[in-house]
Ligand binder design. Structure first.
Ligand code: NAD
Ligand code: DAU
Length: 351
């Protein structure tokens, strides 16, 4: 059997690192190429445990660089792509939309072009695009996003992801490129950059800093443990139908303020602080512009077709996540040094 060569983009980031680790460890017959630009969000420390595996290669490159993508496809003859590289933080997309247009839209097209041009036949080839539930817009109190829900993105981030989803489908419909897309809800777990709600709150509680809660804290998100997302990606990659979309979610909705109170209770316990200590840090701040009220995924299709279910209860996953941050202080110190402080000063001054 010839080795399958799989290109994973954005593998040094939060979700990508879990996908890379899973594919390297579970599929020794595959060779995994992790292509990442190493932006502020990419960190090779996330992959220390597998970096010397014989079936793993890291490539530092920018997906926006079309010529480079062409030459890499031509050199390595990848059989499949799992595309995760993106600018991923909604607040950053509000202050700097152009970077999201460039990476998320132009970068995706540059990969699509490289695949289309270099795959002599599309047999046994696959371009799997990893996307978000934010493309569907915002729900009211009731209902769920299904695969049939119309796209209605609101932030520059979600509009750029919606655009990349449409372009991936367009390459399937126009050129016959074999594609799959999944749209997932909010992930949490190890390696999550502390600009997103959960790791930011853990970091701030640990350092006795205010926990910024946007608006009244009433927005709802559906949280999924990152390793469960990686399992779903593995399943869809291997068993999902070509041309299809799958929604992935945790059936686990939380109002932000309720989630923060739960996290505060866990942090009090872990840090051996008196009950209620962490909750005193909760600080209501100006709301996010265009803040989507509620996301909730209906993952029935993925469950019925491929038998996927989330494996962890939220409280259990959150405790595991807190334990990871408390035992990986070096990681947290490293990623919160340098530019991180500057970013936060700007964020807070603007609010
Ligand atoms: P992340 O920001 O943690 O990681 C993104 C990675 O992409 C980083 O390693 C970064 O260096 C790399 N990257 C950025 N620009 C690049 C470029 N031009 N060329 C090459 N590499 C580049 O993001 P994440 O949270 O792990 O999200 C990964 C993917 O999953 C994204 O496509 C995101 O839209 C999607 N997604 C995320 C979530 C979530 O909750 N985090 C949920 C659903 C879908
Ligand atoms: O739904 C999937 C999406 O989830 C992914 O596509 C994105 O890449 C990912 O960043 C995430 O987007 P959100 O905007 O939902 O995640 P974030 O952690 O930034 O915010 C979660 C909620 O918490 C949201 O309602 C905004 C709020 N929030 C966020 C921050 C950073 C706060 O109240 N305070 C904060 O400081």
């Amino acid at each position: 059997m010839t080795t399958k060569k799989i290109l994973i983009t954005g593998g040094a980031g939060f979700i990508g690192s879990h996908v890379v680790r899973r594919m390297v460890n579970y599929y020794p017959d595959y060779h995994i190429y992790n292509l990442d630009k190493l932006t502020y969000a990419g960190n090779l420390e996330n992959l220390r445990d597998i970096e010397n595996s014989p079936n793993y290669t890291f490539i530092k490159a920018d997906i926006v660089d079309g010529e480079k993508m062409h030459s890499l496809f031509s050199e390595y003859q990848f059989d499949a792509v799992i595309h995760l590289a993106a600018e991923s933080h909604v607040d950053r997309s509000i202050s700097n939309p152009m970077e999201f247009i460039t990476t998320n839209i132009v970068g995706t097209v540059s990969l699509l072009n490289a695949a289309k041009a270099n795959w002599k036949t599309f047999d046994e080839k696959l371009f799997y695009h990893v996307s978000t539930d934010e493309v569907y817009g915002s729900l009211g109190e009731e209902g769920f996003f299904t695969e049939e829900t119309k796209y209605n993105p609101h932030s520059p981030y979600s509009a750029s992801k919606a655009s990349s989803d449409h372009l991936v489908r367009a390459y399937h419909d126009t050129y016959g490129l074999p594609i799959k897309i999944s749209n997932c809800s909010n992930n949490y777990g190890a390696n999550h950059f502390p600009e997103k709600l959960i790791p930011l709150a853990i970091h701030n509680i640990k350092n006795n800093q205010p926990i910024p809660v946007y608006g009244k804290g009433e927005n709802v998100r559906d949280w999924l443990y990152v390793e469960d997302h990686a399992t779903a990606i593995d399943l869809i990659f291997h068993k999902g139908k070509v041309g299809a979309t799958y929604n992935i979610g945790g059936f686990n909705e939380w109002k932000n303020i309720d989630l923060i109170h739960l996290l505060c209770r866990i942090m009090d316990k872990k840090l051996k602080r008196a009950d209620g200590t962490s909750a005193k840090l909760i600080t209501y701040v100006k709301d996010r512009a265009g803040h989507d009220l509620r996301y909730a995924i209906d993952a029935t299709k993925l469950n019925k077709e491929l038998g996927w279910n989330p494996s962890l209860q939220f409280e259990e996953g959150l405790e595991k996540t807190v334990d990871w941050y408390l035992t990986n202080e070096d990681w947290l110190n490293h990623v919160t040094s340098g530019d991180y402080q500057k970013y936060y000063e700007v964020q807070y001054t603007k609010r």
